[in-house]
Design a protein around this ligand. Structure first.
Ligand SMILES: [Zn+2]
Length: 255
């Protein structure tokens, strides 16, 4: 059964047919999903949804796009309150994103990232890390502020950086991007991730895998992602699904 380690069912893209979609993905072989928060409001909704659905868990945190929120002590204490719920199994997504010109300053992003590393370590929960066009600074911060448990999600960096992240004890999450035509880099990184550190994820509603690219993504589409990873590693799709589900349960502490 598939474990989707990174989804956003709290996104407006699912508002109209949320219940049908959750039913659909469970019927297509998905056993669990992590519903990921990106700011205070979406974290709150992620938790509410996780409480309503047995198979869903959630992550509570502030994405670099909203980094300033994490510098506000009252926001941080609300996150901490939510993280006391047993359905809130991780902190994040948090990290660095230098992709857009219009963005929070590097200083604010870094401070928000460090604060959430410290929160995750204090609560002994994994941190879900988002990093885009910021690998050097991400590695730098993780070296100076070692994280106890975590995953770098939607991995798109180089093979070398991937090796460093694995050495730090982190898990690596791969999305439908591995099925895209220009995915060589992501596929090469797959080979330096030990099987026990590999996760699969949709990052839905984004990143629908080929041949469904461009559609609204949901967790049922992970069959394509798992197949592509299996082909690359010389495994069966079922092996990839089983290994990554075991890994996700271990990382997020789910029985
Ligand atoms: Zn995400």
């Amino acid at each position: 059964m598939i474990f989707d380690s990174h989804s956003h069912y709290n996104d407006a893209a699912f508002r109209d047919d949320y219940r049908q979609i959750l039913q659909h993905i469970q019927q297509s072989g998905v056993s669990n999903v992590i519903n990921v928060g990106a700011d205070l409001d979406s974290s709150r909704l992620a938790l509410e949804q996780a409480r309503e659905n047995d198979f869903m868990y959630c992550s509570i945190g502030i994405h670099p796009e909203s980094a300033a929120q994490a510098l506000d002590d009252s926001v941080m204490s609300q996150l901490k309150e939510m993280l006391a719920d047993p359905k809130a199994v991780a902190v994040g997504e948090a990290g660095l994103d230098y992709y857009y010109d219009e963005r929070e300053s590097d200083r604010v992003q870094k401070e928000a990232f460090v604060r959430q590393i410290e929160l995750a370590n204090r609560l002994d929960k994994p941190l879900i890390i988002h990093t885009r066009d910021a690998m050097k600074d991400t590695l730098d911060i993780l070296e100076r502020h070692p994280l106890k448990h975590g995953v770098v999600h939607c991995y798109s960096g180089s093979r070398e950086s991937c090796k460093n992240l694995v050495k730090m004890g982190l898990y690596i999450g791969f999305t439908g991007v591995v099925t895209f035509k220009n995915a060589r880099r992501a596929l090469e990184s797959l080979h330096v991730v030990p099987p026990e550190r590999l996760l699969i994820e949709t990052d839905c509603p984004y990143m629908a895998p080929t041949p469904l690219r461009g559609q609204r993504c949901d967790s049922s589409m992970l069959h394509y992602t798992a197949q592509k990873i299996a082909d690359e590693l010389g495994l069966t799709k079922e092996q990839v699904i089983d290994i990554t589900a075991d890994n996700a349960r271990r990382l997020f502490g789910i029985k």
